[in-house]
Design a protein around this ligand. Structure first.
Ligand code: SF4
Ligand code: SF4
Length: 283
C-alpha cells in the first residue's frame, strides 16, 4: 500500500490554512447545501487527498465485507517521507481519467453511510497535523473551493459548525478515534528516538490493520503472556470500537513503553527466575 504523494503541496496548503483562514469554533456559522441536484454533484469525489483514520478503515472494511488487510492492500496508499515517524493511510484514487474515488458512482457515494471522516466534514476542516482527528487545540475552518457550488446553492441554509458535525455523524468518528489521537500527538514523536522497523510494524498493526491485530491477540500466546480480563476479550472479539481502543493501548505499550497492558505475573516471575533477580511489581 505504498505510493508517492505530494506532501510538500499538502504541507503548503496546511500552512496557508494556519495563516490565512478564519479560525472558527463550534458556534460559528456558514451557509451550505449538498444534494444530488447541485450542479457540481460528485465533482469533489476524485483526485483528492483523503487521510483515513483507524475508525474510517474499520467502517469501510465492514461495509465492503473484507478484512482490514484486504482493505489496506486494495484501497489505500501509505506515503512515507524521511520527515515522518509513522505512516499515514490515504484512500487510493483510481488511476484513470479524472482519478475518481473507487466508491463514487453516478448516483453519488456508494459507501455513504460509512464514508470517511473528511468526506463527512467537507466543506468544514479541522486544523491539525496528520490523522484527521480533533484535539482541544484544534480550530475549524470552512473551505470555499471554486468547483464546489454548495455555498451558493438555492437550498443552502445556515449551519453552525457544531450542528454540521452532528448532522454528518462526524462526532461519532471523533469519539472512536480519540485513542488514535493520543498516539499521533504523543511526545514520543517529538523526541529523538527513531522508529525501529519492529516498532513501525507494531504501530501499523495496532492502528490500521486491526483485524490482523485481533488475530494476534486471540490466536497467538498473547492472552497467556498478558493479563486481559475475559469480559474485555469478548468485547475485543465483537466490538470494533473496543478493538480500536485495545490496539491503541498495545501501541502505547509496545512502541512507547508505557504500562498500558499488564504482563502476566507468572511470565514475569519465570523471567525473573531465569535472570536470578526478584520479580518486578509490573513493567
Ligand atoms: S468515499 Fe464517498 S464521499 Fe468520499 S470521496 Fe469517495 S465517493 Fe466521495
Ligand atoms: S456541493 Fe460541494 S461537496 Fe457537494 S457535490 Fe458539489 S463539490 Fe461536492
Amino acid at each position: 500500500m505504498t505510493d508517492s504523494t505530494d506532501f510538500e503541496a499538502i504541507e503548503g496548503f496546511r500552512e496557508q490554512i494556519l495563516q490565512e483562514y478564519p479560525r472558527l469554533g463550534p458556534a460559528d456559522t456558514f451557509t451550505f447545501a449538498c444534494h444530488p441536484g447541485v450542479t457540481c454533484f460528485n465533482d469533489c469525489c476524485g483526485d483528492v487527498n483523503i487521510f483515513l483514520t483507524p475508525y474510517d478503515i474499520l467502517r469501510l472494511r465492514a461495509r465492503l465485507g473484507i478484512t482490514t488487510e484486504e482493505f489496506l492492500d486494495n484501497y489505500t496508499i501509505s506515503p512515507f517521507t524521511k520527515k515522518m515517524k509513522f505512516r499515514v493511510v490515504m484512500l487510493k484514487m483510481k488511476d484513470e481519467g479524472r482519478k475518481p474515488c473507487p466508491f463514487v458512482t453516478e448516483q453519488g457515494c456508494s459507501v455513504y453511510e460509512d464514508r470517511p471522516w473528511p468526506c463527512r466534514m467537507y466543506p468544514v476542516g479541522s486544523a491539525q497535523s496528520h490523522g484527521a482527528v480533533t484535539t482541544d487545540e484544534d480550530f475549524y475552518f470552512v473551505l470555499q473551493e471554486g468547483h464546489c457550488h454548495g455555498h451558493e446553492d438555492s437550498q443552502a441554509r445556515e449551519w453552525t459548525i457544531g450542528d454540521w458535525i452532528a448532522d454528518q455523524g462526524a462526532d461519532e468518528y471523533d469519539e472512536a478515534n480519540r485513542w488514535y489521537r493520543d498516539i499521533v500527538t504523543h511526545p514520543f514523536f517529538r523526541g529523538p528516538e527513531e522508529m525501529s522497523p519492529q516498532k513501525m510494524e507494531m504501530l501499523e498493526m495496532g492502528c490500521y490493520d486491526l483485524d490482523k491485530f485481533k488475530r494476534f491477540v486471540l490466536e497467538s500466546p498473547f492472552l497467556q503472556r498478558f493479563e486481559v480480563p475475559a469480559e474485555r476479550v469478548e468485547q475485543i472479539k465483537t466490538d470494533d470500537k473496543e478493538l480500536l481502543r485495545f490496539g491503541a493501548e498495545w501501541v502505547r505499550f509496545a512502541v512507547f513503553g508505557e504500562p498500558t497492558i499488564k504482563i502476566n505475573k507468572a511470565v514475569l516471575e519465570a523471567k525473573a527466575k531465569r535472570m536470578g533477580i526478584d520479580p518486578p511489581e509490573n513493567l
